[in-house]
Design a protein around this ligand. Structure first.
Ligand SMILES: Nc1ncnc2c1ncn2[C@@H]1O[C@H](COP(=O)(O)OP(=O)(O)OP(=O)(O)O)[C@@H](O)[C@H]1O
Length: 220
């Protein structure tokens, strides 16, 4: 279970970006989170991915209350969540080839022995031709780079996926391909999903249920 309870978070001084947000995703479930620009969806997504420490409230992952965040979070929690962001350019190291980008979480967690098996299989699953694995981010399109970022998010076989506006800069066919790749993975591995978007049509088609931001935070 991925549980966020009464989570308040922000960025230093000033009003919090998120106030008292509560949501739960059960194992294998896909939950969409919809809301207007600037309401705090990405901040909440980063908290769910253990990348942003809330000021108050509770985050529990499979029964464990999260007390440390980012690189300080215990590895077994960190690796339980795969995350895909809106902009692949901002989340991909420009020095790595796409193959190394996908393999990076395996190398970072001492599982190099799985690289040869998992990277080509995932590249195939997300629709990346093998020739593209030798290229660097500046040599591929945004859609191709986002395919690699989705493969990277799946390479450690996470139980949870957080997709923050994963397809909002992509065309319809790349969007369909990436949603299909995520859904195939979830079917095979039973992973739960939190998908953040401002696109109600996409979330309604993709997810078991879609929450609007106003259902997640208490009325002001
Ligand atoms: N790194 C940051 N430093 C300071 N303020 C930030 C930072 N990131 C986001 N904010 C602010 O926090 C609030 C919520 O931002 P957030 O990105 O979570 O919203 P969002 O709902 O995801 O918006 P969008 O749909 O436009 O991406 C906004 O007012 C934003 O300006």
């Amino acid at each position: 279970m991925l549980e966020l309870h009464a989570v308040t978070a922000g960025y230093g001084r000033g009003a919090p970006a998120v106030r008292g947000a509560t949501l739960t995703v059960t194992p294998g479930e896909s939950v969409g989170l919809l809301g207007p620009s600037g309401c705090g969806k990405s901040t909440l997504a980063r908290i769910a991915a253990l990348l942003h420490r809330p000021e108050s409230g509770t985050v529990r992952l499979d029964g464990t209350t999260v007390t440390r965040w980012r690189h300080r979070a215990p590895r077994e929690l960190r690796t339980a969540v795969g995350v895909v962001f809106q902009s692949p350019r901002l989340s991909a190291d420009p020095r790595l080839t796409l193959g190394d980008l996908i393999a990076e979480p395996l190398r970072a967690t001492g599982r190099r022995d799985l690289v040869a098996e998992r990277v080509p299989a995932l590249a195939h699953d997300v629709g990346l031709g093998e020739d593209l694995l030798e290229r660097r981010p500046h040599q591929v399109s945004d859609g191709q780079l986002q395919r690699a970022c989705v493969a990277r998010a799946l390479v450690l076989r996470p139980r949870w996926l957080v997709c923050d506006e994963m397809t909002s800069m992509l065309d319809a066919s790349t969007t369909a391909a990436l949603v299909a790749a995520v859904e195939d993975y979830r079917r095979e591995h039973g992973a739960g999903l939190l998908a953040v978007s401002h696109d109600a049509v996409l979330l309604n088609r993709w997810c078991d249920r879609t929450l609007h931001w106003r259902e997640v935070v208490p009325a002001a």
